[in-house]
Design a protein around this ligand. Sequence first.
Ligand code: NAD
Ligand code: UDP
Length: 332
Amino acid sequence: MRQYNPSKRILVTGGAGFLGSHLCDRLIEAGHDVLCVDNFFTGTKHNIEHLLGHPQFELMRHDVTFPLYVEVDEIFNLACPASPVHYQHDPVQTTKTSVHGAINMLGLAKRVRAKILQASTSEVYGDPEVHPQVEQYWGRVNPIGLRSCYDEGKRCAETLFFDYYRQHRLRIKVARIFNTYGPRMHTNDGRVVSNFIVQALRGQDITIYGDGSQTRSFCYVDDLLEAMLRLMATGDDFPGPINIGNPGEFSMLDLARKVIELSGSRSKLVHMPLPADDPKQRRPDISLAQEMLGGWTPKTQLDEGLAKTIAYFDQLLSSSGAKATEREFSLT
Ligand code: NAD
Ligand code: UDP
């Protein structure tokens, strides 16, 4: 008699990126077969090299703007550069990745009747007037600005997900992810947490854009992944969208001071121009996540998560010999 096998074949697009690589780890630990698809635009083989050769892991270099024909039970669609520096580098490709990528992955999900989760973003709320942000808020997004390729691309992807849900009865999950950080962010990622930590460890000036009063809410990667996995396991009648993040809210000045203190750095703060359309405030209302995800709540406070992330970058920079001699002196 055939044994019941709870393991699934799961596709992770963007699986060599920061969040995707941690997700691959968690899915393999849970006993699933993982197909990691990535074009290595911002992801690296380094993030997944420990999985290469694992019998449950398969890596495919592929760009999601092109159709993909594979057989899977579930899809986590994470492919898309997430840092403003990187998504603005080739904005047309960014929109294509979100929109054509969503069409291709939804088409795949429809053909094989897979459940599909979209990594959407708090950026769908734009520069929000409603604070904290609730899922019912439609947002305030500039459709023609420098961030629009990402914001509008992700908004259009949400539209496509919900049209496939209504029109084709696809099983969808839309997660609106708020700023998440942790080990395996790229040293040149450009997002604020990794920038500040790398600058602090190298003894370089910490670059505060604008006056540093703008706020963000930072979620540690482990908390985010726990929520994402629980979301995928919710009933078919719950498509989302659902905010996932840590509601603790900090200004960029608060963050810079914390990083300096926790890393024992002597870096100074310097102010640089605020990028266009930079949201002034951001904090998730996570009531829905707490209700729908089995009592999920983020467990890692910012200080603890930063300490872990600083330790990761410290080791990475030491092994690559990239730390400033200035700071090495200060430690001895
Ligand atoms: P990341 O840049 O580290 O990962 C994105 C991955 O997608 C990379 O491995 C990249 O090479 C890959 N990719 C990009 N374009 C692709 C394409 N056309 N085809 C195939 N692969 C492609 O970023 P991340 O922080 O891991 O973000 C993962 C997902 O989560 C993204 O969709 C992002 O929009 C979303 N998200 C992340 C955050 C966050 O704070 N980390 C917040 C909101 C939303
Ligand atoms: N930021 C900063 N210094 C940096 C990088 C970013 O002050 O070196 C600010 C940026 O202007 C924004 C916030 O940090 O207000 C978060 O930026 P990030 O790129 O991490 O993500 P966003 O939430 O803007 O997409």
